[in-house]
Unconditional design. Structure first.
Length: 67
């Protein structure tokens, strides 16, 4: 598999939003936005895990710089 570190995630994004954004590029194993323990607010970064490096590479190619 392959894990991607994702930063500059909009504060309003949920794990489901991240899944929808990254799912078109391959089989996702997990999606996780890191949150503050006390408040539950997004910390603005997270991780996406694909089952193949090729899927991760495609996601990087298509979404790098996405705003």
């Amino acid at each position: 598999g392959a894990n991607l570190f994702i930063f500059h995630i909009p504060n309003h994004f949920s794990n489901a939003d991240m899944y929808q954004l990254f799912a078109p590029f391959g089989n996702l194993l997990s999606v996780r936005i890191m949150v503050e323990k006390d408040t539950g607010r997004s910390r603005g970064f997270g991780f996406v895990s694909y089952d193949s490096p090729a899927s991760a590479a495609l996601a990087i190619k298509e979404l790098n710089g996405f705003a």
